[in-house]
Design a protein around this ligand. Structure first.
Ligand SMILES: Cc1ncc(COP(=O)(O)O)c(C=O)c1O
Length: 391
């Protein structure tokens, strides 16, 4: 006999997930995203995606599609060439790459394979909460450390880590640069995190999804080898979010542990792999231009925001392709701002998506889009502030 709680038609929810209220006027979040996606006039500043690429990656994928490469299953662990190119991009040697459907799947595998029920995990708030949701499924606790403060430069510091960890802390998540703020780590900070990790047997998840937008970037792997897992995505600088390809890079024993947890046993999308190879091989041809446009776009946003009373950019320059715009001093609820801007065909994200504690303060905007579109934002945003201002 099953226990009394058993109900075949209403299965018990085994896992916790951060519940979010669907946007106003929508039954569920998917309906909202689908409508945004299908609106071809919408300016896309809500997902930190990159809309600045030419045809190099697209052409490689089209060629693979025309040859019907997709009829066959890919090799289960992906093309060796692609894995080697990822290692070269990171400047790593003697490490293993596990390819997955986006960095997201890698993050899930890390949590599933490495966490035990008594463990706790440290993540910053603001942060990318899907990671916390995954960790919550396998660990006892996720400790969200508040970092939306000038004093800590809007990021988790080694001191904050020490204050918040205990003997059950097993994993620290460093998103570098940080979604949503664009703050990033210095080499010295990474060294300190490395020391703490070595002394306390911690795994360090170094999520470098936005690394190529940063002015400078350093690798955790160099300071805590054997304990670091580097999370890699093709969604941002490569502009391939819809293709769902990414990976995790670490030492062989750690990757072997992750491989035992793999769900996608028949491999990663083959067309995405061809696109990723073309992207990595051609990076020198397009990366500087994408970075320059992104820097110029955030400069235009800064120039527009600075004179607005009650509104400011907590982190500038951002080392990612997105930034937070703090609206608190103007008495504006970021949700109202996001809804208002959608009416103007500007898709942005309210802070709630990336912070429990500070989500009512800021709007997140991404700016790796054509400068013409940024100019539309810069024209509409000050008008929106004046229309919604309560202070
Ligand atoms: C920090 C971080 N990691 C991972 C992801 C997801 O990456 P992917 O599209 O490769 O799954 C995101 C997406 O916004 C992110 O912000």
């Amino acid at each position: 006999m099953r226990d009394n709680d058993f109900d075949i038609k209403n299965p018990k929810k085994k896992f916790k997930k951060t519940e979010r209220v669907p946007p106003k006027g929508y039954d569920c979040a998917n309906d909202f995203f689908e409508e945004m996606y299908l609106d071809k006039e919408m300016i896309w500043m809500g997902q930190n995606t990159n809309h600045l690429h030419g045809d190099i990656i697209a052409d490689a994928m089209i060629e693979a599609i025309k040859k019907k490469e997709y009829c066959k299953y890919p090799a289960p662990e992906g093309f060796s060439e692609l894995k080697q190119l990822i290692l070269e991009d990171l400047g790593f040697e003697d490490l293993e790459v596990l390819l997955t459907a986006g960095a997201t799947e890698s993050l899930y595998l890390c949590m599933q394979a490495l966490l035990e029920p008594e463990d706790n995990v440290i993540l910053s708030d603001p942060g990318y909460f899907i990671i916390g949701d995954f960790a919550n499924r396998f660990a006892n606790d996720v400790r969200y450390v508040p970092v939306y403060y000038d004093e800590c430069n809007y990021k988790l510091t080694p001191e904050l880590l020490k204050e918040n960890m205990d003997e059950n802390t097993r994993m620290v998540i460093l998103i570098d640069p940080l979604n949503p703020l664009g703050s990033s780590y210095t080499e010295d900070e990474l060294k300190e995190f490395g020391e703490i990790a070595k002394e306390n047997d911690l795994y360090l998840i170094h999520d470098v999804t936005y690394k190529d937008f940063a002015r400078q970037h350093f690798h955790m792997e160099n300071y805590a080898p054997g304990q670091t897992l580097t999370i890699y995505s093709f969604s941002k600088i490569f502009g391939m979010a819809g293709l769902r390809i990414g990976g995790v890079i670490s030492s062989k024993p750690i990757i072997d542990a992750l491989k035992n947890a793999v769900v996608n046993d028949l491999g990663v999308n083959i067309i995405a792999q061809y696109g990723a190879i073309a992207g990595l091989k051609s990076k020198d041809q397009w990366m500087d231009e994408i970075r320059e446009i992104s820097f110029e776009n955030q400069r235009l946003i800064k120039e527009m925001v600075d004179p607005i009373e009650g509104v400011f950019l907590p982190v500038y320059p951002s080392d990612a392709n997105m930034m937070a715009v703090d609206l608190y001093g103007a008495g504006i609820n970021p949700k109202d701002m996001a809804n208002y801007l959608i009416e103007k065909k500007l898709f942005t994200r309210e802070g709630e998506y990336t912070s429990e504690e500070f989500g009512d303060r800021y709007l997140r905007i991404s700016f790796s889009i054509p400068t013409e579109e940024i100019k539309v934002f810069c024209e509409e945003f000050p008008k929106a502030v004046e229309a919604l201002r309560t202070k």
